[in-house]
Write a protein that binds this ligand. Sequence first.
Ligand SMILES: [Ca+2]
Length: 150
Amino acid sequence: MKNVIDKTEGLLNNPKRIIAIVILIVGIVIAFYFLKDKISALFSMFRKEIDDKQVIDEAIAETGKQPSYSDSQYRLFADRLYAAMKGFGTNEEAVYNVFRQMKSRVDVLKLIDAYGVKDGEDLLQWLNGDFWSFSKLNQILRDNNIDYTF
Ligand SMILES: [Ca+2]
């Protein structure tokens, strides 16, 4: 114990060490300050990923329907949606055409999951930003006997 106290005193008696420790602490605080948004964004993306998977599993159990497409096909659909919505204006027909190919609620949820987060927003946020009304989109889902509404 005495040894530890001696060592601690020795450490604090050395000004260079104190300065080094202070710089290290300040550095960690600054790094944390600049990274905290990125860290929390990463965590929320990770949490969304887990939530999406759980919602899909529940929908499969409820509806008894498996996804109609492969994961890579959902990613292709998601890329088409992004291409149709990004930038100024919206290619609404291209968006509707993707949703016309959804055959069940499971498919819609798989599409939402495949879309993930693009430029900080998930699919629902993208649709909200690009569409005045979801009536046509929801009509397409109803026409396909899908009990999911945006
Ligand atoms: Ca747009």
